[in-house]
Design a protein around this ligand. Sequence first.
Ligand code: ADP
Length: 315
Amino acid sequence: MSLELRQVSVDYGSTRAVDSVSVTVETGTVLALVGPSGCGKSSLLRAIAGLVPLAGGAVAWDGDELTARPTEQRDLGFMFQDHALFTHRNVADNVGFGLRMRGVSAVERKARVQELLAMVGLDGFEARSVEDLSGGEAQRVALARALAPKPRILLLDEPLASLDRARRDELNDELARLLRELRQTAIYVTHDQDEAFAIADQVGVMRAGKLVRIGTPAEVWNDPRNEFVARFVGHESIIERGGQRFAVRDDAVQFVDQGSGIAATVATCRFQGDRYRIVAVDATGVRWSGWSSRALDVDAWVGVVLDEHRLAPLD
Ligand code: ADP
């Protein structure tokens, strides 16, 4: 079973926001849509939801056309940056809202709400007012609410964007674990490459309305294929060897003592956990970024050795 997008396009007046995107999302997998602001991620999500009309193409679930169906008949769950909880209701009523709409009995609802709150780490929060929740807690409630009716597909649009960095990382990890455990089919929109890579089975990189690369996080990182994607995933330099262009992955770069390799000077050295992130610049201006187990002095000379097998060829 799968969600299938066939040449989906979205227009706003004369602006083409999504340009003929085709992709298949297998049941139980998470697709992260990434790309810079304005590239069409949210519009594509809205097209799947039926919140904007298609200018072309089709959306289908397992061969069953959804294109003509209104949003509420597509069996979707939503989690957006602005969690839009009902502020005059308590946590339990918020989480149970979709179940109530579907006529689930009060007894069943209570049990399911309890189960969902435990799942998102909010055991015992039933009677709390949503106005007293922290940002992270509110997003957990929003997630529980979205999952409650067991939607076929969960659509998430920058769900963590309003949280601070620490809270965001924590919730991102939990979300990743939960979606995997539930085998929840999901589409996750974010401009944050780290967030996408942490959560996704497949990453789709968009640019100017087009899907320019799709693959597992490892495939996209190892072999970005085009320069835009290479830069988006953080490969800083593009070099040429024998007429072929390559993105320089940071695992291709090794820093050695001055005197061997390409001579370069250390531009930055930043401690990151158990190693140092180094950027060194050579005489031709190429920036070599990679890792070192020891700190290097800024402005000092180093040698850069390249593992040519780890260069990613570009189209
Ligand atoms: P992203 O989610 O990647 O930031 P969007 O899907 O929001 O991108 O926007 C894609 C393009 O469509 C942008 O050029 C944006 O300005 C335009 N756009 C988005 N929503 C509307 C709208 N309601 N009316 C007109 N243009 C829009």
